[in-house]
Design a protein around this ligand. Sequence first.
Ligand SMILES: *[C@@H]1O[C@H](CO)[C@@H](O)[C@H](O)[C@H]1NC(C)=O
Ligand SMILES: *[C@@H]1O[C@H](CO)[C@@H](O)[C@H](O)[C@H]1NC(C)=O
Length: 242
Amino acid sequence: MANILSFFFIFFSLCLQGSSTTTFTFQNKCASTVWPGTIAGAGTSQLSTTGFELQSGSSMSLTAPTEWHGGFWGRTFCANDTITGKFTCATGDCASGNISCDGAGGIPPASLIEIKLNGFQGTDFFDISLVDGFNLPVSITPTGVSSCVSSSCAFDINSICPEILKVKDGNGKVVACMSGCLKFNTDKMCCRGKYDSPQTCKPSSYAKMFKKACPQAYSYAYDDTTSTFTCTGANYVITFCP
Ligand SMILES: *[C@@H]1O[C@H](CO)[C@@H](O)[C@H](O)[C@H]1NC(C)=O
Ligand SMILES: *[C@@H]1O[C@H](CO)[C@@H](O)[C@H](O)[C@H]1NC(C)=O
């Protein structure tokens, strides 16, 4: 009897767990190490880690509670400063001085994955945002649900970044590409003021360049129609350099 009871207890615990958490698996297909950062949106708690190392070829999984929403990005070219000991990254740095971001977001430009679990009528909403720029190719793929499609920005936009938008490391290598909004910070490019509507905010030539390279990613704030993806009941694989 006790065995049967514990069997049902474990069975129902697993069922509950299956329906109430979502697994995010991060995989690094880049040639170099990536240090992913995670950040929870307002009103939801941080995941079990807010920053970790992901060596080339490796993967790692995290679970998120129901209705979690937040963002993921990859930091590149990170090191502990030889003098201060602080952990800093050439791109996507969260300025925590540590490998964990502890609630701080990545400093743009960094390719950003945004997700809201169990939003309207239990649907998950996700996207890749290049609104503030790009640092490395990323994708997000729903798993376990055959009818859902992934969103991917697989092209290395650093390789076609206009000179004025380039972010270079100390050796002159292009490590990230700013958006027009990030670089010029005008109402027109950032869809603010009288440009704060889908009717009045039009993509700049820079936004069009981003869109051509990565058609599934947000290239400017009102790029919703081609950039928002949905799924219900899935887990997700987040890939760097898909
Ligand atoms: C930075 O230091 C931490 C703690 O000592 C260590 O775990 C980590 O691997 C170091 N990171 C790098 C990029 O050297
Ligand atoms: C980094 O993390 C360690 C251990 O969690 C903590 O003691 C330290 O205060 C953190 N440093 C910063 C700059 O937040």
